[in-house]
Design a protein around this ligand. Structure first.
Ligand SMILES: Cc1ncc(COP(=O)(O)O)c(C=O)c1O
Length: 394
């Protein structure tokens, strides 16, 4: 594995920082019991680890939390609920906010984690949906979001950065429009949490869906949803919470409203260590490292005859994702060559975002996607450019 060049960080970041593995292992050895279900010392330690991680992540995303009693802004970390991944969070948001007859505004830049739950809501509950388009580079005009809003619009839900084109949407402008129009605003931050600063209060985000295993450098199986105060969301997952067990229905209190059953405690421990690792390295310096490598990659690929890069080739307003094709070569075939002949791991195909590929004309075969992480080096990028150049010349 040591010679493998991993360029599939948009699927999951790899490798994980050493401290993540260490923390997960020591949590399992030393205090891995079920919090809320036992009052023993170990249970309290586990509880404190979970609360500590909620606090860290909540501070990281800065949700707007207004205490209804005092009217003062508070930072109640219990509005951050853990889920298995961004997909589960997006399902909770879509199923917990849309009723029969409601209208939802989303975009063609979405991942299937948004497209499919909305399509089910349309099919099963008579929800109406509008998919707002994008310009050729993949940017959505915030004013198009405003134009799509109707009297019965109950939710606007938008992808922060595309996992195909890497474009970063103007979330702040979209949030301002939703505030003016009085519509809850949800953001899929699967590709941006830990990569770009996200300030829910400033960006007027009602619901933020994030995953732990990409830019937050945690393990797989842990993610979450952060909810601004006043944002209405019903629970759609019912079960044990460890508290108020006599109650016949699922309880409304935070964080239990959106958490049912035993949580992924090892995953939360790993995510906590990953947060500390990000804080030590600095989110800006991780981003600058990735973007510098992206710039080099784009520059190198652009000079290879027969290579088409999708989206724009500048580095502003984007994350370190690059989709391309080689003329007359199937993306899956290129991916196999890169893997087998050059030991370079990528993602090929539709990358779970079929509407984006229809938009850029690469449906149904898709693209080859390189995505860069903090452990990639200049040598990795040079090797990737050289490999693509040799494949294109064959
Ligand atoms: C934009 C986007 N949204 C949602 C997801 C789903 O994330 P997860 O697999 O962690 O649920 C992904 C994963 O690739 C993604 O890129």
């Amino acid at each position: 594995m040591s010679d493998t060049i991993y360029l599939d960080n948009a699927a999951t970041s790899f490798p994980k920082p050493e401290v993540v593995r260490h923390e997960m292992s020591s949590f399992c050895r030393e205090s891995g019991v079920n919090p809320g279900r036992s009052g023993c010392d170990l249970g309290l330690r586990a509880e404190s680890m979970v609360l500590g991680t909620r606090k860290k992540l909540s501070a990281f995303f800065n949700p707007s939390l207004v205490d209804p009693a005092s009217g003062k802004t508070s930072k109640d970390p219990n509005h951050l609920c853990f889920t298995p991944n961004a997909t589960a969070s997006l399902n909770l948001i879509i199923n917990g906010t849309l009723d029969r007859g409601d209208h939802v505004v989303s975009t063609i830049m979405e991942h299937n984690s948004v497209i499919r739950p909305i399509n089910h809501a349309v099919q099963d509950r008579g929800v109406q949906a509008t998919w707002v388009g994008a310009d050729p580079e993949g940017y959505v005009d915030p004013e198009d979001i405003r134009r799509a809003i109707r009297k019965n619009t109950a939710l606007v839900i938008v992808n922060h950065a595309s996992n195909v084109l890497g474009v970063v949407q103007d979330i702040e402008a979209m949030g301002a429009i939703c505030r003016e129009e009085g519509i809850p605003f949800a953001v899929d931050a699967a590709q941006t949490a830990g990569v770009l600063p996200i300030d829910m209060a400033r960006m007027n985000i009602s619901f933020l869906a994030f995953t732990g295993h990409k830019g937050l450098f945690g393990p797989t199986g842990i993610g979450g949803i952060c909810v601004a105060d006043g944002a209405e969301i019903r629970c759609s997952l019912y079960g044990g919470t460890g508290v108020r067990s006599a109650h016949p229905l699922h309880i409304d209190d935070w964080p239990h409203r959106l958490e049912a059953g035993t949580q992924n405690l090892g995953g939360i421990a790993g995510l906590s260590a990953a947060q500390d690792w990000i804080a030590r390295r600095g989110i800006e310096s991780i981003y600058q490292h990735e973007i510098a490598l992206l710039e080099m990659l784009l520059h190198g690929l652009q000079r290879i005859p027969g290579v088409t890069i999708y989206g724009h080739t500048r580095t502003e307003r984007r994350v370190a994702v690059c989709s391309f094709n080689i003329e007359n070569r199937m993306p899956a075939e290129v991916g196999t060559f890169l893997d087998v002949d050059y030991n370079i791991l990528t993602r090929t195909g539709l990358e779970c975002a079929p509407l984006v590929h229809k938009h850029i004309g690469t449906f149904p075969l898709g693209t080859v996607r390189f995505s860069i992480g903090p452990f990639n080096t200049l040598d990795h990028i040079e090797a990737a450019i050289e490999a693509v150049s040799q494949i294109a010349a064959q």
